[in-house]
Each structure stands twice: as C-alpha cells, then as structure tokens.
Design a protein around this ligand. Structure first.
Ligand code: ZN
Length: 359
C-alpha cells in the first residue's frame, strides 16, 4: 500500500522549494519581514502572550542554498529545521502526508513518482530520464493500480491556494502604456518576494467562469524590461505544468464587457488584451501565442459569439490565424484582420485599431 503513494524526494524538496514559497502557499508570507538575508517574525508554532517578540523567529538560506528556520523563544525549546519540518509542524502532518502536501502544492517543480528511488538504470540513449513534473493528488495515486514509475496523471485544474502580493506600480507597465486601472483589474504587479517570480511582473490567469475572490490557476511571469538578456533572466516564466492551451486569457473580462451579439477578438498575448481594452474596444481574449488549441476553440464556440482574429503581423501570426479560422468556421462567424507586417495590436494606436476593425 505505502509504495502506491506518490513519492516526493525530501532531498529534492529541500533543494527546490525555498521557505518563502512555502509561506506563500500557506498564506502566512505577510507575517514575516525581510531583515538582511533573513526573514524574521513571530514564531508561527508556539503560543504568544500579549506582546509577542517579532524577532524571535528567523529563516534564511545561508547554508548552501538550503532554507533553515529557527525559533529563539524558550517556548519552542530551540526548535528549528528545514522546509519539510516547517510544513510538518505548521500543518501537523506526518512524513508521508507532508509528501502529499508538497506534491500537491509544488507539482510543477517536483518530480513525482509512485515508488521511492525506482529509477530504472540503463535507460536507452535519448530516452527521457526525468519524470514528467505533474500535479498529483493522493486519491489519484491510490486509485491507480499500475506500479510503473510514472506517469502521474495531471489532475483537474484547481485554483492556487495562495495569491502573490504584488506591487502594481511598475515602470515597465507605464512604459508599455498599461494604466493603473488595467493593472488593478487584471491583478498585475511586480512580485518582490523571494521565489519563482521575484523581480518579475506577475500576471495571474483565472479560469472561466471565475468565482468571486477565487485565486488564479497560475501566474505567468514577464521580466519587467527588455534587458532580460543582460540580466540573464528568461523573458517569460511559465509554471511547467500550466496548461495554457486550455485557457483564454481575459475571457472573464471580455464576456463581462460585451453584449451577447458582440464579437470576441482573439489576440496572441496579454498585452494586446490590455491595449484593446484601453482603446475602448472590449471583448479581447488571448491564446498565449499564435496558435489556437482545440480546447480554446471550443471555449470560443461555447461563448456563442462571432470571432475576430487579430494575431500579430508576422508569418506565425498569419499561419496561426488560418489554422484558427479552420477550427472556428463551422461553428461561428469568423473574420480575420491581417495586421501590417511587423505590427502587433499592442503597438497600434486607438485610431489604427478602430480603422482596422471597421474595415
Ligand atoms: Zn516558537
């Protein structure tokens, strides 16, 4: 029985999951503050009197990149440990259950397998050695009777259990003409907290329909400038398991802003969605690139709207529009707007956008 359970290596957890990300996942990140290289605050584990000491609990990653914590209050009797011990204490979990917890919260960064250390030796050359990182729930792992190393199947998409706190006042957004109002509506902002998105513009992606106060299903990161090469950072960060082909960015807003007889406008990226909205042209949704997946096409068709295609003015955009039109044409009215070569919706003026749409 026990070896049917998802196995997440503690070693891998310690190496890949920093404590600040765990604090975010637990929703307690705001209880701690940065002090030099460390995060400090009140101890989350012992009971506090009326005047808790806000310096008694300390976390840092000095030790070779591994995050450690320690409570300096006598109430905790010198307790301390690593990221795993933190979650065990905070959530009151056993060793095996804490593995579920990490598999569930950080599936995109961890390798899940069904059996401990059952890495096959002598893998043929060119074969995948790495287990595919996937989201795994205990129920699924137990329901499966296969004893193969992988695959953990992707579970249904659920909102994240945490929300990044972000700063909407980002010079990069101003440079790209994104207003504070737009940033607030879409929840955009700079993530300053240590973790995967530190220093990145975090763009939350929500499912449709979105419940009020629901957390995003994922964040996308965009380096807030064009100096990503100099800074040696990827321009975009996508969580490894984010199924972007199943979402249309901005669909909640697009449907809320348009009437039933109005079209949806399909663009490639988030910034084109912002641009059209700010030009008072409602109804834009983005497919995260110049390719409309079958699932995205089904979402568009399910809306019952006609669709205007407005991908970027380049070969990928033109080819993507032809394919997208093929997927939509039997189900709704489709119109493609070919942008001038080298242009994309987010660098067109209001007038240019309007005149293209009017034609
Ligand atoms: Zn304590």
């Amino acid at each position: 029985m026990s070896d049917e359970r998802p196995y997440v290596s503690f070693k891998e957890v310690k190496e890949k999951i920093p404590l600040p990300d765990v604090l975010e996942a637990l929703g307690i990140a705001d209880n701690f503050r940065q002090s030099g290289d460390a995060l400090v605050g009140c101890c989350p584990f012992h009971k506090h009197g009326p005047r808790p000491n806000a310096n008694q609990f300390r976390m840092d990653d000095r030790k070779g990149g591994l995050w450690l914590w320690k409570c300096f209050s006598p109430d905790c009797d010198g307790a301390g440990g690593d990221v795993i011990e933190f979650v065990k204490r905070h959530e009151n979990l056993s060793d095996s259950h804490v593995r579920f917890w990490f598999a569930d919260h950080f599936a995109d960064r961890l390798t899940c397998s069904k059996k401990p250390q059952k890495r096959s030796r002598g893998t043929p050359k060119g074969a995948k050695k790495e287990a595919r990182p996937v989201r795994l729930t205990p129920e699924r792992a137990e329901a499966s009777t296969q004893s193969k190393e992988i695959p953990c199947e992707p579970a249904d998409i659920k909102p994240l259990r945490f929300r990044l706190s972000v700063d909407p006042d980002v010079p990069y957004l101003r440079d790209r003409g994104v207003t504070q109002e737009t940033a607030a509506r879409f929840g955009l902002g700079l993530s300053r907290r240590r973790g995967m998105f530190q220093g990145y513009l975090a763009i939350p992606v929500f499912r449709y329909p979105r419940d009020r106060d629901e957390n995003p299903i994922a964040y996308l990161g965009r380096w807030p400038g064009e100096d990503f090469d100099d800074a040696d950072r990827p321009r975009y960060k996508f969580p490894a398991d984010f199924p972007k082909s199943r979402f249309l960015y901005g669909l909640n807003e697009a449907l809320a802003d348009t009437k039933e007889d109005e079209p949806l406008i399909l663009v490639e990226g988030c910034f084109s969605v912002f641009r059209l909205m700010q030009a008072d042209i409602p109804g834009a949704v983005a497919s995260f690139g110049a390719s409309l997946s079958d699932a995205q096409a089904a979402l568009l068709l399910a809306s019952g709207r006609s669709v205007i295609l407005m991908y970027d003015g380049d070969e990928a955009g033109y080819a993507g529009m032809r394919k997208a039109a093929g997927k939509l044409i039997t189900g709704t009215l489709v119109r493609a707007i070919k942008l001038p070569d080298g242009r994309q919706p987010d660098d067109l003026s209001d007038d240019e956008l309007r005149s293209l749409l009017r034609r």
